[in-house]
Design a binder for this molecule. Sequence first.
Ligand code: PLP
Length: 285
Amino acid sequence: RTVYVNGEYLPETEAKVSIFDRAFLMADGVYEVTSVLDGKLIDFAGHSKRLARSLSELDMRAPCSDEDLLEIHRELVRANDITDGLVYLQVTRGSAGDRDFAFPDPETTEPTLVLFTQSKPGLAESPAAKSGIKVISVDDIRWGRRDIKTVQLLYPSMAKMMAKKAGADDAWMVEDGFVTEGSSNNAYIVKGGRIITRALSTDILHGITRAAVLRFAQEAQMEVEERSFTIAEALEADEAFITSASSFVMPVVELDGSAIGSGTPGPVASRLREIYLEESRKTAI
Ligand code: PLP
């Protein structure tokens, strides 16, 4: 596999980053995951806009222009012959050659930029979309700036492991009685035809897929309510689903061991998945 590190395209075995890099020592870095369908990037503009926001919220420098980023994404997709898959991008504050809690001088410290691809043949035809997935609820004990897409992913990884141990696929995190989001996705329920999902704030990541799906739902005259919901309310819902760049729209059919609605993917989630895939393919670049 060819990867990209700080201006160079290299075989993955030759790619190197300093052991003093602040992402390695302090999770001081941000990332994006953009999906690829038919060799084209889905919603690249959305991802590059969120990356710019994550960087600016952490007073980090952009490593290059959006045009350069697009070019690197495309070159990796081409070099690795990706039809369906993902492009992972990470920008870190770099390294001043030692360990120090204080940020290094941005004038003299270069950010680290790393990109690699993951091939996922048939990404859009995932069998899980037909069967739906099972989730469990776990406490949300993450930090308070979940709107910044940092590489600080230890708790989401632990939540995923708790789900696996319980025989489920993923975890919905709960804070003060309300669902925040999934371990790596936004969470939704459907009741009486209304799509309900938590409003944007610093409590959740502002999903690029979420923004697109809510826009498509409104264009299709579906009702959207942006508000928090509880696990008890989700258990009484007609349907549930998640969204993310890698899973698109994925039905949730079981929560904490109880079936949601009919226990099979619901019509709203299935329709939204279809619309999302169709519309986002049209604007893929
Ligand atoms: N919420 C969290 C915590 C995530 O990690 C992700 C994606 O990685 C999402 C939501 C979904 O965001 P997007 O649709 O931009 O992939």
